[in-house]
Design a protein around this ligand. Structure first.
Ligand code: NAD
Length: 318
């Protein structure tokens, strides 16, 4: 379980850059934690962000905000890792593997020195490979090490379906699984609007856009980060909220189904990689996976995605 009662919950963020500080802001305005610690390679950056965040406190529920070294990880229920290099225009997430794996390997022992049993939440990319690195380096129960995975991508998928079908996004249920990256899989066979599967809805829908729209939506979900980075150099608003949602599920022990990245247990023969599947997330981190029934094409694509991540893990280890 989390280490403190929810009203006194503490979250430490390692990496106070665009993603880390946006997440911190989202966490504060949603009143999810009572204590927030920012740690960065560049201490002035963390201090500056903490000062700026603190100045919003008169408008918010109380939160203690501080910046400093790894000693701030003490008693943190969750340590969120957003440190490292981000994609530049034209770079894939997997291009960041070596650089960011070294950073994660250097950070984990420093966290554990002050907090032997936190829940570790990886956000830095490539998030699946780095979640695997964090599982191995930390030696923690694998359920306590998770990555933001395709929680963001599932949100993008739902948003695009909502726009395409002109329905409130909250009534659209759809998941992206596999790699948080180019090989990710949009699970159309299980996507539904208010319980009605898309496979039944589309043939009777007057928009008759099904086949054309499907490929376009897949492409837009996969290319979303590239398109945003090309225009404004980084993505941070939606990931800040996606990470807040995961942290909330943990601190409030909500048993929420979220497509987080975690160590696979052999589903579809995929072993010894971290990738995203719908999983029940609560106070202990990942409580269990949900068996997803996929159609044959989706299953093949998921296995291919797992193999791609596995190859990157092996390349990193060699
Ligand atoms: P950024 O450059 O704005 O911030 C990175 C921060 O990490 C900087 O403040 C830097 O000083 C710090 N840092 C670097 N090395 C460090 C170390 N060894 N110890 C502590 N801090 C260190 O980048 P960003 O836009 O915030 O992106 C951060 C990461 O998040 C990137 O890897 C990016 O690809 C990833 N990201 C993931 C998702 C997702 O869905 N998982 C979405 C967006 C971005």
């Amino acid at each position: 379980m989390v280490q403190s009662n929810e009203p006194f919950s503490k979250v430490a963020v390692v990496g106070a850059g665009m993603v880390g500080s946006t997440f911190a802001y989202a966490l504060m305005i949603n009143g999810v934690a009572r204590h927030l610690a920012l740690i960065d390679h560049d201490p002035e950056r963390a201090e500056g962000e903490a000062m700026d965040l603190e100045h919003s406190l008169s408008f918010l529920q109380p939160v203690q905000v501080e910046a400093g070294g790894y000693e701030l990880c003490r008693n943190a229920d969750i340590v969120v890792i957003t440190a490292g290099a981000a994609q530049k225009p034209g770079e894939t997430r997997l291009d960041l593997t070596h650089k960011n794996a070294e950073i994660v390997k250097s950070i984990i022992p420093r966290i554990l020195e002050h907090n032997p049993a936190p829940i570790l939440l990886m956000v830095s990319n490539p998030v699946d490979v780095l979640t695997y690195v964090a599982v191995k380096e930390s030696g923690l129960d694998p359920g306590r090490v998770l990555g933001s995975g395709t929680v963001l991508d599932s949100s993008r998928f739902r948003h695009l379906l909502s726009q395409n079908c002109a329905v409130d996004v909250r009534n659209v249920h759809a998941y992206v699984i596999g790699e948080h990256g180019d090989s990710e899989v949009m699970v159309w066979s299980r996507a539904n609007i208010a319980g009605v599967p898309m496979t039944e809805l589309c043939p009777v829908c007057t928009q008759s856009c099904m086949l054309g729209a499907r490929e376009g939506i897949n492409e837009q979900v996969r290319k979303a980060a590239y398109e945003i980075i090309r225009r404004k150099s980084a993505t941070y608003w939606a990931i800040g909220l996606a990470v807040t949602r995961i942290v909330e599920a943990i601190l409030k022990d909500q048993d929420s189904v979220l497509t987080v990245s975690a160590l696979t247990d052999g589903l579809y023969g995929i072993r010894d990689v971290c990738l995203s599947l719908p999983r029940v997330v609560g106070g202990q981190g990942v409580k269990r996976g949900l068996d997803v029934l996929l159609d044959i094409q989706e299953e093949k694509a998921l296995v291919k995605s797992g193999k791609l991540i596995r190859r990157h893990i092996e390349a990193m280890e060699s």
